[in-house]
Design a binder for this molecule. Structure first.
Ligand code: HXC
Length: 258
């Protein structure tokens, strides 16, 4: 596929998607989000891919939705035409694990896209924020919903109401990111984590992702029940037989992702 605003590569069983509008700090316009949606859907249905990494460049993961494109939109454009918001939910539909590798700015929609991924690995240069209020709007792709779940109501209110940025250290303390790495090693570390995941059984990784996401969508008892059924389901896979047999035979497993 010939993309203009993203670069897609595959490395063994890992799909790497780079946001690529460097002159605009990877500002997210409709074209970029359409391409991202298509690329993710393609990787998600490719049996040869077990994990996806989404990244930007050293200066920015993404500095938000494209303000130039949005500035003159009317209510009818965004409500009826779903400009800006169309295709943003595509990330949520991806069933394989997706890691956000964030260096530099992850602001507004950029922060929201990072939070839609399954976990965030941050460079020590990362800066997160929901500054929409400073330009007369507000988060529109889950920022007011995912941020409080990730970092507490107090910090989410602080971030969304003042529009201030959080550095990588604060983001890690608050639980927004899973780890911080030196900027020059960001991609290497994210790709290594993705490779590890991609070598696990894909159906089991998908079940883990689905189960953890349930923690946000259900009561504890419903979530525990869901997890139990998924756990039972793992015994229907060939990879469970292989994984446990390999352990007992003291050898590495050879998963066939079935
Ligand atoms: C369009 C953007 C942009 C954006 C940066 N640029 N962010 N263009 N939309 N969100 C462009 C600038 O216009 C500039 O273009 C170039 O990228 C470099 O940016 P500078 O501002 O010159 O860089 P710097 O001084 O280093 O400042 C970096 C920055 C600042 C602090 C990140 O760019 C900034 O505040 N950006 C806006 C952040 C923001 O408000 N994001 C939320 C958007 S609303 P030129 O052509 O001049 O070189 C949103 C809603 C989401 O995201 C809703 C989802 C459904």
């Amino acid at each position: 596929m010939d993309y203009q605003n993203i670069i897609v590569e595959t490395h063994e069983r890992v799909g790497l998607v780079r946001l690529n509008r460097p002159k605009a700090l990877n500002a997210l316009n409709d074209q970029l989000m359409d391409e991202l949606g298509q690329a993710l859907a393609t990787l998600d249905t490719d049996d040869g891919i077990g994990c996806i990494v989404l990244t930007g460049n050293e200066k920015a993961f993404a500095a938000g939705a494209d303000i130039g494109a949005m500035a003159s939109y009317t209510f009818m454009d965004v409500y009826k035409g779903e400009y800006i918001t169309r295709n943003w939910e595509q990330l949520r539909k991806v069933r394989k694990p997706v890691i956000a590798a964030v260096a530099g700015y992850a602001l507004g929609g950029g922060c929201e896209v990072a939070m839609m991924c399954d976990f965030i690995i941050a460079a020590d240069t990362a800066k997160f924020g929901q500054p929409e209020i400073k330009i007369g709007t507000m988060p529109g792709a889950g920022g007011t919903q995912r941020l409080p779940r990730a970092v507490s109501k107090a910090k989410a209110m602080d971030m969304c109401l003042t529009g201030r940025m959080m550095d990588a250290a604060e983001a890690e303390r608050a639980g927004l990111v899973s780890r911080i790495v030196p900027a020059e090693r960001l991609l290497e570390e994210a790709m290594a984590a993705a490779k590890t995941i991609s070598e696990m059984s894909l159906p089991i990784a998908m079940m883990v992702k689905e189960s953890i996401n349930r923690a946000y969508e259900s009561t504890l008892s419903d979530g525990v029940q869901f997890e139990r059924r998924m756990f039972h389901g793992t015994f229907g896979t060939q990879d469970q037989k292989e994984g446990m047999k390999a352990f007992l035979e003291k050898r590495p497993p050879k998963f066939n992702h079935q």
